[in-house]
Ligand binder design. Structure first.
Ligand code: SF4
Length: 424
């Protein structure tokens, strides 16, 4: 059996990176060893080839970058520390901490209760909490309205706020655009917690509209160009525009920010398209387009960019199938699935339990939002080559669980533990 990590550009650069106290159950000794090794060899993340785990009859290719991001580790550390430091206190989470069912279930097992579900539906009334309670703000952030509501009860939101700094960066970018009198176009999923929070913060400073994809960008462009009756805007973008939005005035100068986890290629295409729309409408050139279109870079976070680049790099390796591990409502994970399924059969699972046997796998179709059962997902060949990655809210332990389950179906000669030892 051959075990190696394929790497190039092996320059070692020291970089300061905060590390977090995350429960050991979320870690995987194998993946920690691989990530550590790759970091040592390629600290600037220039090499997006996958790491090969060669078990003989099954080859697993692990993406260069996947799993818990800065914002998720930060949120988990704060949540568990809050539980530890506050015995006897009631602790609430505004909604799901992150989009991972196992982590959310663990938090609930530690006594944390959720005030809202992931769609903003109230599970526990705000009237039922009081000044002695603790309310954690999740990594996605929250709306100003909810923050005010909690403050009015006497809850100190700033002390237990796990909002990711990369989400706050989007809010800051919106504020800068707003100060220059641009309307803020938010490219994001309208119902997603982060986009709802960003919309609320943006709308505090300027008119704002949420568009979810290129199709909605094209509809918005028709209003900018005056090709659609102005009044139908309020139906087409129902619940996606800020109060008192004036279609006649508020689409004359625009700037775009994104939910941090969108697909990079979509984000770029939408910004380019809207910029071109403003250029056409106002007879501008790229040189003076800033008169009508705020020239800012996208607001995707580093984890989104790295995970998507790592998948693109991984897809250059010939393989039979891909498995993407993560929560079914995780935006960043679904985009990794989207990239993989353009190239090869892809199975989106939230734990190794979905791999029922060597013959059957249960997996999620995020387009139709349903779980499917597929037979004969593993081809009859030697070796079988499988690409694996996971979303930014997925514990490495779950990915290791998937690897362990898969290798069990083959006569391999080394255990995961031996392989881990090899990387040490
Ligand atoms: S995916 Fe990005 S924005 Fe979201 S929590 Fe992670 S680092 Fe922060």
């Amino acid at each position: 059996m051959q075990i190696f990590i394929a790497v190039k550009n092996a320059s070692i650069v020291v970089r300061n990176m905060k590390s977090f106290e995350v429960p050991i159950i979320y870690r995987s000794p194998l993946i920690t060893a691989i990530k550590k090794k790759r970091k040592e060899l390629d600290n600037m993340k220039k090499d997006f080839t996958p790491a090969l785990l060669d078990f003989g009859p099954i080859h697993i290719y692990l993406a260069r970058h996947f799993g818990f991001c800065y914002g998720v580790e930060n949120a988990i550390e704060i949540a568990f520390r809050t539980v530890e430091e506050n015995p006897g206190k009631r602790i609430f989470l505004l909604s799901e901490m992150i989009h991972n069912p196992q982590v959310n279930a663990d938090l609930q097992a530690h006594g944390i209760q959720f005030l809202q579900d992931t769609h903003g539906k109230q599970l526990i009334a705000f009237e039922d909490i009081n000044v002695d309670d603790i309310v954690l703000i999740p990594a996605f952030g929250t709306t100003l309205e909810i923050e005010k509501k909690l403050n009015s009860i006497g809850i100190r939101t700033e002390k237990y706020n796990t909002t990711c700094p990369f989400v706050e960066k989007v809010w800051n970018r919106s504020e800068i655009i707003a100060k220059k009198d641009y309307t803020i176009i938010i490219h994001g999923k309208p119902g997603h917690e982060e986009t709802r929070a960003t919309f609320s913060h943006a709308a505090e400073n300027a008119p704002a509209v949420v568009i979810k994809d290129m199709k909605e960008a094209q509809v918005l462009a028709e209003y900018i160009m005056g090709e659609k009756p102005a009044l139908s805007f309020y139906d087409d973008f129902k619940e996606q525009y800020s109060e008192n939005f004036d279609i006649e005035k508020n689409l004359q100068r625009i700037g775009v920010v994104n939910q941090t986890t969108m697909l990079a290629s979509d984000t770029q295409a939408i910004a380019d398209f809207l910029k071109q729309t403003m250029i056409s409408k106002y007879n501008l050139t790229p040189a003076n387009s800033e008169e009508r279109f705020a020239d800012t870079r996208d607001t995707l976070c580093y984890a989104t960019n790295d995970n998507q680049s790592a998948v693109t790099g991984m897809l250059e390796t010939e393989a039979d199938l891909a498995i993407v591990v993560g929560g079914y409502n995780s935006s960043n994970t679904s985009h990794l699935v989207e990239l993989c399924e353009e190239r090869l059969p892809t199975y989106f699972v939230n734990s190794e339990e979905k791999i029922l046997s060597a013959k059957e796998i249960l997996h999620y179709n995020f387009h139709n939002k349903e779980e499917l059962l597929t037979n004969n997902y593993l081809p009859q060949k030697n070796p079988v080559k499988i690409l694996i990655t996971s979303g930014a809210s997925c514990p490495d332990a779950l990915v290791e669980g998937v690897i362990k389950k898969l290798v069990r179906f083959y006569p391999i000669s080394k255990t995961i533990e031996e392989l881990t030892e090899h990387f040490h």
